[in-house]
Design a protein around this ligand. Structure first.
Ligand code: SF4
Length: 356
């Protein structure tokens, strides 16, 4: 199968099978940018829901640049990796100030914006501006590793380079927009990680892994890092129908998000003891009546976190004003008001359980 045939077959397949994703209609640069950042390590169904909500709230770069960090965090809540949301907002302000409110067309100018790396810059250049720039997300890497039967992990820099070169050779100079999306779509719908549908694949005649019987071995996985288990505890302090929350320091992990005071267990501590200690260390509140509420679990790229939440109350005579040691500000809020704040995943699960 020649490269020209591979490209033609792929584009014909895409014309028939493409999903009507909301940013595909007009391929507006702002929409492509947001969709690509949201799509990193997030399932497409979730991306579509978040994308539509985001565009209703921040329909253009001007609206995004004018939003507060809390509004942006709240719209992002649940997608994780909050530095992405922070960078999007920072980049919007720069785009407004230095580029007249339009995403730049040049890769170098895009790469100078916070949170935009080579992949996102290539996606904006090719999908939004239809420039012949190759790209390789995880879906594309899988398809091309199988097409070329590459026996090394795609994350290796030499392999990555080889894949981008292969992609550049296939790229039609006048239709990078469809071609790049078609490769991604084929990886998402046909050349899937497990049980790829080779029988209906438009590239099967040129697929070396299919011919060699190595499809299930490609792409070669990168060596896996062991996940670390982390146990944490926090205190949900109640007072006169409200609960206490505090905002994390700006430079902290999840800086700017809200939480209940808490932290990791120290050696030999029970979750209850850790919650009590953390409350004292972070707020200097004296609390009483600690009782277990719920334990929630959440996975991050490198960690598996269990968070134990405990209800408690301010001790008699304790004023409702904390001395903050690990937060920039605090609030006493009702259950309904909790909805307005953005929390990291574990704390958000506790909030959802409380509201139920
Ligand atoms: S033939 Fe199978 S393995 Fe090869 S690209 Fe198509 S779906 Fe992927």
């Amino acid at each position: 199968m020649t490269k020209r045939m591979i490209t033609a077959n792929l584009l014909a397949w895409f014309a028939e099978h493409r999903r009507p994703l909301p940013w595909r209609g007009t391929c507006q640069p702002y929409q492509v940018w947001i969709a690509e950042i949201m799509g990193q390590q997030t399932q497409m169904e979730r991306v579509v829901i978040y994308f539509q909500r985001w565009m209703a709230q921040f329909p253009d770069i001007r609206a995004l640049a004018a939003a507060s960090e809390q509004e942006v965090f709240k719209a992002w809540e649940g997608l994780g990796y909050y530095s992405r949301a922070r960078n999007i907002r920072k980049a919007a302000a720069i785009i407004l100030r230095e580029h007249g409110g339009e995403l730049p067309r040049e890769q170098a100018a895009l790469l100078a914006l916070p949170g935009i790396g080579p992949y996102t810059a290539a996606a904006v250049c090719s999908i939004a501006y239809n420039q012949p720039v190759p790209l390789a997300d995880a879906n594309v890497e899988r398809v091309l590793c199988r097409m070329e039967d590459i026996a090394a992990p795609p994350k290796q820099s030499a392999v990555k380079k080889q894949l981008l070169q292969f992609c550049a050779e296939l790229l039609p100079p006048d239709n990078a927009r469809d071609f790049n999306q078609a490769l991604m779509e084929l990886g998402a719908l046909v050349c899937t990680p497990k049980n790829p549908a080779c029988a209906v694949c438009p590239l099967r005649d040129g697929c070396r892994a299919l011919a060699a019987g190595t499809v299930s071995l490609r792409p070669v996985p990168a060596s896996k890092l062991e996940k670390l288990d982390i146990i944490m505890a926090c205190g949900i302090i109640e007072n006169q129908g409200r609960v206490y929350i505090q905002q994390r320091l700006p430079d902290d992990v999840w800086g700017g998000l809200w939480e209940f005071p808490g932290g990791r267990l120290e050696l030999g501590e029970t979750p209850e003891q850790a919650a009590q200690r953390e409350i004292t260390e972070e707020t200097e509140f004296r609390v009483t009546g600690l009782r277990p509420f719920a334990a929630v679990r959440h996975q991050y790229t490198r960690h598996r976190v269990t968070l134990h939440g405990f209800f408690c109350a301010l001790a008699d005579g304790q004023a409702a004003e904390p001395t903050l040691h690990a937060a920039s500000q605090f609030r006493w809020v009702t259950l309904d008001e909790l909805e307005r704040f953005a929390f990291p995943a574990g704390h958000r699960q506790l909030v959802a359980k409380m509201r139920r």
